[in-house]
Design a protein around this ligand. Structure first.
Ligand SMILES: [Zn+2]
Length: 354
């Protein structure tokens, strides 16, 4: 072969490989094109804690395309998304996928195994309040750091899959975070529509600073990647309806991103929640809800009561504006400052209430 044809062949090979799917590596896990591989990210012990592992899978499609990271179990008692990803691991055919899926099966293993709500048993911190994390921080901060560095950094799009925590009776909804760059915010809006849940909370209050991103999905957004937080299920249940809704949502997003040929259509008539407010308890005691998730309330409607441990009512919590109950606490323990309910409305603040 002469030099010219050798150069031409080399060019052809280079050009071809640039358009062919490559092996994809996350931490210690590498998946060849058209295959699925699983393993653990390791968070080593430090400063007296035991460290932990973060189980992940990489489903690497046969053709190059978007890299969609799906995270479950940031809160350890939020089981529906954990089970939805277990199903996806079994049902996804890597050969049929364009692009790559990164699955984080249980982000918060200490909380999952100890069955705690909100806070890690290791350091008392809420994993979804310590992003982007710290390499030399507490265990929750190191978990966040590992997810930021190994998962979010590798992804083009991120969906953080939540549900009501073990004490939250919740109706399904997504959070659309609007604070990113305009194209990132628009990408996030399209993810919300593609996921298919009709209630979409407009969240205008997430930090803009990538070094203080606080939340997992906002860590992606502050790094220029469209992201979404979803909520389907709650009360530590594993109901089929809530799990299927997540599976459907992931399929819709994959279709939207061109990662699969077929899939459910985006939600046609979204109910955009313009204003929402978490109602908090002013006292520690026993909580008695007076509403259920999905209930419509007027301004001033009683949402719940808190009693002390001798049965005296110490607080009545009322709706600050007319709207819908997005979640309400469904178990008796309540501490001062903790959420008792979340109310939202399609009416803008100051506007007419429906
Ligand atoms: Zn959560």
């Amino acid at each position: 072969m002469n030099t010219l044809s050798f150069s031409a062949l080399l060019l052809l090979l280079l050009t071809t490989s640039a358009h062919a799917q490559q092996p994809f590596t996350v931490g210690p896990v590498t998946a060849a094109p058209g295959t699925t591989a699983s393993g653990d990210l390791t968070v080593p012990p430090r400063a007296g804690d035991q460290g932990t592992t973060i189980p992940i899978s990489v489903i690497n499609g046969a053709r190059p395309g978007p890299v969609l990271a799906l995270t479950a179990g940031v809160h350890g008692q939020e089981y529906t998304s954990i089970l939805a990803l277990q199903r996806l691991l079994k049902t996804a055919d890597a050969k049929a996928i364009t692009g790559t899926l990164i699955l984080v099966h249980v982000a918060n293993m200490p909380s999952f195994l100890a069955r705690t709500i909100y806070y890690s048993p290791a350091d008392g911190k809420n994993l979804n309040r310590v992003f982007p994390g710290k390499a030399d921080g507490t265990l929750s901060e190191r978990i966040a750091h590992a997810i930021t560095q190994e998962v979010i950094a590798r992804a083009t799009h991120v969906i953080d899959l939540h549900c009501g925590d073990g004490n939250e009776s919740l109706r399904p909804y997504s959070y659309w975070i609007t604070t990113g760059k305009p194209d990132v915010a628009e990408g996030g809006r399209k993810l919300a529509l593609a996921f298919g849940m009709d209630h979409i909370i407009i969240d205008r209050e997430r930090p803009l600073d990538a070094a203080e991103s606080v939340y997992l999905s906002n860590t992606a957004i502050t790094r220029g990647k469209p992201a979404l937080t979803t909520e389907s299920g709650g009360m530590a249940l594993t109901d089929e309806e809530s799990i299927a809704r997540i599976e459907r949502g992931i399929a819709g997003v994959m279709k939207h991103l061109g990662m699969r040929a077929d899939g459910p259509a985006p939600v046609a008539q979204p109910i955009m929640i313009e204003r929402s407010e978490v109602l908090r308890s002013g006292a520690t005691g026993i909580f008695y809800p007076a509403v259920e998730r999905g209930h419509t309330v007027a301004q001033g409607t009683l949402v719940g009561r808190v009693t002390d441990f001798h049965g005296r009512v110490v607080e009545e919590i009322r709706a600050p504006f007319a709207g819908e109950i997005l979640y309400v606490i469904g178990t008796p323990p309540i501490s001062k400052g903790e959420p008792v309910a979340y109310v939202g409305t399609t009416a803008a603040a100051g506007g007419a209430s429906r």
